[in-house]
Design a protein around this ligand. Structure first.
Ligand SMILES: [Mg+2]
Length: 190
């Protein structure tokens, strides 16, 4: 089967890492509960920053956030297992062009299976749909409502990776990556 994955906040716990870095850089101790309560994608609000200040904060520390974000529990293990079983694992990330090569390298270093021709990067959020369609994926996973909203017409199984800002979305949901192996197993039995 062909499975496509967004990277940030789908496979990598990027926002939580940003939240931790903001605490450290601003010398604050904002409780992680404030992070888990966020209903928006940006994480600057609990620090009392305006959106402009939040954007500047993000830009200033983006390299460090990208370089140090950890994968969600079981993400690496499950994708490796899928790859081992012969499934095709694709990555589709809207990180900007200047970060593409570095991102491909770093997710491979973390242990994600990255095979030739299966890493797509640098498109806009709203362009992902065209790649997903062209690849003929069986499954696609993303965290962002704006992206998921564009996929309704496609004939594939779309799942939202559970995050505090996407709980309103009424669609199949992955909370822990362990659930995916079971999904694929069930699919293959049908
Ligand atoms: Mg994402």
């Amino acid at each position: 089967m062909k499975l496509g994955f967004d990277i940030d906040d789908t496979l990598l716990n990027l926002r939580e890492q940003a939240f931790r870095i903001y605490n450290a850089k601003l010398n604050r101790q904002v409780d992680i509960e404030a992070f888990h309560a966020l209903t928006c994608i940006s994480v600057h609000e609990p620090f009392g920053l305006t959106s402009e200040e939040g954007r500047a904060m993000w830009d200033r520390h983006r390299d460090e956030i990208y370089d140090t974000a950890a994968p969600f529990a079981n993400a690496v293990e499950v994708l490796r297992e899928l790859d081992r079983r012969g499934h095709e694992v694709y990555y589709i990330t809207a990180r900007t062009a200047q970060y593409c090569e570095r991102t491909r390298r770093s997710i491979a270093e973390i242990g994600f299976p990255v095979r030739e021709g299966r890493f797509f990067c640098g498109m806009g959020d709203l362009e992902k749909v065209h790649i997903i369609k062209k690849l003929g994926l069986d499954y696609y996973f993303d965290d962002k409502p704006k992206v998921l909203d564009t996929l309704g017409e496609l004939e594939l199984a779309v799942y939202v990776k559970d995050n505090s800002y996407n709980r309103e979305l009424n669609m199949p949901r992955i909370v822990d990556w362990n659930e995916l192996l079971q999904l694929v197993d069930e699919d293959e039995r049908m």
